[in-house]
Design a protein around this ligand. Sequence first.
Ligand code: TA6
Length: 301
Amino acid sequence: MTLADLNSRFGIADQLTFIDGPNGLVFAEIDNALGSAYICLQGAHITTFRPKDQVEPVIWVSKFAKFAPGKSIRGGAPVCWPWFGAHATESSFPGHGFARTVMWEVTHSAALPGGETEITLALLETEQTHAQWPHKTRLELNVIVGKSLKASLNTSNLGDTPVQIGEALHTYFQIGDIEEVQVTGLENTVYLDKVGEVARKTQSGAITFNGEVDRVYVDTTATCTIVDARLNRRIVIAKTGSRSTVVWTPWTEKADKMGDFGPDGWRQMVCVESANALENGVTVAAGETHRMTVEYSAEAM
Ligand code: TA6
């Protein structure tokens, strides 16, 4: 669909416009009285979100992100699906699944009565995706942009046998400085610590950061909060349909190796990812739909 077709079918005056981005990538630009966001049609990738009452965006995107076809974008809210992390058996398959690097199509848009803007995208399956995922499923992302950002990642099983998925909204949140924030909500929760010797531990108190952190918290439906003293705000991360939360900062060495954080971009982000990972993988029965939802909001401290 051309840009003109997208705008005539799904554009909304003064709220939603489709624009050309770098390297032929197409973006939905959402800007209403309550908030603004950009969503790349590749990966249905929300690249940033800012409530109008916030100076700083709530969602971080790297100034050195590679916006290129087939490449994951550093930052935003990458859709990890239909597996999280490395594929269970195929090391050649992409980490975190293929959803974030393939094209999606717009299927719906609406101006909501409360002033929010809604858009729905669906993953476009190809021979390549079927080669990695030989199941009859449909994946949709519904996004509502307002004072908060709501997203719902919906997996429908169109086949006649159950399918097992892993998933995450691998969201990078904008913060003042990683050494001055803490994440609350996961106290006393068991996690897999992926830094150094992989081990299962239990969270004691709030999460603070003074080095690389890469943890998959399991069996948790908790709302998490990023308490940011420097930006004098809290970012609240509420979720449903998710039993894992991943907390990640690459710190300097890993960020440098990844090459798309820039010199110190890692200081201004922390990932708090609503997920279903490890033993929290989801079995979607034939004919059923599994929904994982998040709501991101910012409030003054
Ligand atoms: O969610 C944390 C994590 O699994 C880390 O281990 C690190 O690999 C990160 O995701 C980023 O992965 P990416 O494939 O986006 O570079």
